[in-house]
Design a protein around this ligand. Structure first.
Ligand code: PMP
Length: 449
């Protein structure tokens, strides 16, 4: 029963494992973009298990591939070869530009970023790593030093040499960003910024240079960036910023790492990888979440040169990485993205959704900003557009809870948990978006009453 589950959770599950809602959801089944609880209620899943169920819950083609592999071979470890791994490596590398062709398979995003950090240090012979304020790159002891958002912000373990630098601050109010962000939303409300928005890139580049020149970052090994910050509340950089930042890092001998854990696999619509939307070519790309549609799986892709430098100097091994189940599932996910034209769907339905939610920004004082790309959208809630203060947590909690009551699950993000995050499976349809916008609209009306 529901109460028994709550009791066991309290007694036996670590208290760091907290649930989203005041009354946690007890889920029973998933089918494509829908989730079902034990009472038979259905929910449109607009967060897809934290931006993970890329092609849909229990997608029949992915299920079939998993079942086929399940009856064939589960595990060998990488000391033996098995075709699913090599088939997968060939498929994945075909989706990346030269010279990003060498793959190391891991089990989670944190683990992938751990390895990327190690690669950067070994290859560059330097130690310092730079990430952005507001970044989320994982929770392993190594990557926690890179993660720098909200409640994850903590003192860095000494010796990490990890330096959080500025990040274009989260937008709070009508001063734009859209203009700089190259967003279709600007067609609804023109950016009226003075300095904050249009000159933002140059300001941030100056700050970035300052960070690079500090003593900590002088021997830079690597620079990590999410193409769009996810956990921080769908934060986008001004146009051209990342490209210049990459150049500055490389001038100092560091390598550039794109963390595609949330942005990869077609979610952003216009491109398969988030880094492509910035017109940059990273030295290392890390990926997880959507790669396995919910099956634990992740990868690091790099150049032959960087891969070789690691192999020469460091022992790196994990038992489960690239196991037959993960690879068979990963291959099926890639096939489904292509066959079902899911990247195209992200573009079309994502843009449709962004524009629909942006209309609510014009209607409601508390909707401060609507931003994002493809199926990665953030709705930043504010007290009012003048003050740009975040809407108090309890009020956002209520809106979030009301959406759930009406059958819509959405995510949260940002330092004050003030940004509602939308990232459904990429099979989402326009009528489902209409339903979600209606629900959110009702929740806002309820809030005003
Ligand atoms: N990078 C990014 C951008 C993420 O969003 C996350 C997870 N939220 C991670 C890395 C860590 O992935 P995992 O939870 O699989 O370790």
């Amino acid at each position: 029963s529901y109460n028994r589950v709550l009791e066991i959770h309290k007694q036996h599950i670590s208290p760091v494992v907290t649930a989203y809602f005041q009354k946690p959801l007890l889920l029973h089944q998933g089918h494509m973009e829908w989730l079902f609880d034990f009472e038979g209620n259905r929910y449109l899943d607009f967060f897809s298990g934290i931006v993970t169920v890329s092609v849909g819950h229990c997608h029949p083609k992915v299920n079939a591939a998993a079942q086929k592999q399940l009856g064939c071979l589960w595990h060998t470890s990488s000391i033996f070869f098995h075709p699913p791994m090599h088939e997968y490596a060939e498929k994945l590398s075909a989706l990346l530009p030269e010279p990003l062709k060498v793959i190391f398979l891991t089990n989670s995003g944190s683990e992938a970023n751990d390895l990327a950090m190690l690669m950067a240090r070994v290859y560059s012979n330097n130690t310092d790593i730079i990430s952005f304020r507001g970044a989320y790159h994982g929770c392993s002891p190594y990557t926690l030093g890179l993660t720098n958002v909200g409640s994850y912000k903590m003192e860095l373990p000494s010796g990490m040499g990890c330096q959080a630098t500025m990040c274009p601050d989260v937008f709070r109010g009508p001063w734009g960003g859209s203009h700089c962000r190259d967003s279709p939303v600007q067609t609804i409300r023109k950016c009226n910024c003075a300095t904050d928005c249009c000159q933002a890139k140059d300001q941030y580049i100056e700050q970035f240079k300052d960070t690079l020149n500090t003593s900590v970052a002088k021997s830079i090994a690597g620079f990590f960036a999410e193409p769009i910050q996810g956990v921080n509340g769908v934060v986008q950089y001004p146009k051209g910023f990342l490209k210049e930042a990459f150049e500055l890092v490389r001038e100092r001998g560091g390598v550039c790492i794109a963390d595609e854990v949330q942005t990869g696999f077609g979610r952003l619509g216009s491109h398969f990888w988030g880094f492509q939307t910035h017109d940059v070519l990273p030295d290392i790309v890390t990926m997880a979440k959507g790669i396995g549609n919910g099956f634990p799986m992740a990868a690091v892709v790099t150049t032959p040169e960087i891969a070789k430098s690691l192999a020469k100097r460091v022992l790196h091994f994990n038992t489960f990485g690239g196991n037959p189940m993960a690879c068979a599932i990963g291959s099926a996910v890639l096939e489904v993205i292509k066959e079902d034209r899911l990247q195209e769907n992200s573009q079309e339905v994502g843009t449709y959704m962004l524009l629909k939610f942006a209309k609510l920004r014009d209607e409601f004082e508390i909707v401060g900003d609507v931003r994002g790309k493809g199926l990665m959208i953030g709705i930043e809630m504010v007290k009012d557009k003048m003050s740009r203060q975040p809407l108090p947590r309890e009020e956002i909690n209520q809106i979030h809870e009301d959406c759930k009551q009406m059958g819509l699950l959405i995510g949260r993000g940002g330092i004050f948990s003030q940004t509602l995050r939308i990232a459904p499976s990429m099979c989402i349809t326009k009528p489902e978006v209409d339903f979600a916008v209606e629900v959110f609209h009702s929740a806002l009306i309820q809030h005003m009453e």
